[in-house]
Ligand binder design. Sequence first.
Ligand code: NAD
Length: 508
Amino acid sequence: MKSILKKFNLETPYYSVSTGETCWEGNGDTFKINSPVDGLEIGHVQGGTISDFDNVMNQSKEAFKIWRTIPAPQRGEIVRQFGEALRQNKEDLGALVSYEMGKSLQEGYGEVQEMIDICDFAVGLSRQLYGLQMHSERPGHRMMEQWHPLGVVGIISAFNFPVAVWAWNTALAWICGNVCVWKPSEKTPFTALACQQIIKKVLLDNDLPEGISNLIIGGRDIGQEMASHPDIALVSATGSTRMGKSVAETVARRLGKSILELGGNNAIIVTENADLKHAIPSIVFGAVGTAGQRCTSTRRLIIHKSQYDNLVNQLVKAYEQLHIGNPLDESNHVGPLIDTQAVEEYKNTIQKAIEQGGKVLAGNKVLAGEQYLSGCYVKPTIIEANVNMTIVKHETFAPILYVMTYTNFTEAIKIQNSVPQGLSSSIFTLNIRESEEFLSYSGSDCGIANVNIGTSGAEIGGAFGGEKETGGGRESGSDAWKAYMRRQTCTVNYGKEAHLAQGIVFNF
Ligand code: NAD
């Protein structure tokens, strides 16, 4: 890991505030980062202060004046070069993600691949920022709609996808002509600093101004500053619902724009017509992958009573076979939680579930011993639950799966929709009526609804996000780019007469 840190210039001093060429050590809070993998200190980072943030804002506003004049396909060329640089750094950056955050090496590489994919998507999109042409009701008039950049986009990201979420936002924001200021999670600053090194080189090689891509390490105070700053046109915030409510309120007070990507409480319905051979690996990956720390992790399983005993027995057996340990060792299936505070939440949640009538069927153990020195390794847990348990409605960021039964399909959908969150959902069935009903207006109320695949592992081509307390934002593919631009409706009179809309006559 030392050589990777060296490669990304992450030996002291690290510059926790960067506007491209100009980097400086912040004067704010110190964040000491220990890897959840082995508990060893990766290093410490001095975060930025509010006055550092003001300097970053000045640099970015200057950079915006230049960046917006560069044609979108040329901005796409810069994003293409960034994608190439990521390809060259995929293994090292992926390993650093794995070591700092604790996800498996495969998932670390997958996260960097997602960054590459969104760059490719954004490059194509840079020639497709289409407006519309409408027929005017007035003779000799033309009406059209066009899209302009917003300005400075602020990105607040969570620890669990420490780099991909930034790329989803920034690649689109850049081709749309915006400049970005990124405040990553204070739990994963090193991966963010590595990304900044990569983009910095691309910008400098192209003689582009500082401030197109800016980084500031900091905690909640810097996030709050970002939310309240009048010059941040769009705040894209990913994290807990608690954080999202605070950001939404602050941004709304100044009538700014926000994209909110918040917590999920994702369910899979397994009907009497499901192919279990197909369902089981998807359920296990969804529930234990990234140690249950994906916003799309499977947290609830709603099983038809005819399948319940068989499926639950098979799941318990599968859980017994899981290898838990160092995520950099590819023979392990489950790595650590992010920190010991997350371990406490795992323990408290299981305790509450038991108090509310839940029955533990697998797991419920914090692992100790030489392989688990960080204290962050836990056994993935299955709890038999019922819909009346309030804890089931709550997102705990840990590998805890609640299993429940249903008897008729309408009831299954009702249970699926009975939580405050609305991110991802799935159904396993070979019955077309069930799958179509699940996808219909009276089916899943989530932003993502899948058939015969699990709740996690979205592709970048689709718009990503969820409803209700998940925040309603959409990022990534489809037409999510429109949130990063402002729409302008233009009417041109090329005729020789003046006409008013609605045929209004105004003579003088
Ligand atoms: P978190 O809310 O603790 O922190 C996320 C980010 O918000 C961090 O950068 C943090 O510093 C910042 N922050 C915290 N409070 C803030 C405030 N009041 N104002 C401004 N910024 C603030 O979340 P976390 O523990 O890092 O991540 C886990 C959560 O993120 C889970 O709830 C998960 O579901 C969610 N998540 C959602 C998505 C999605 O796309 N829907 C993706 C990843 C993670």
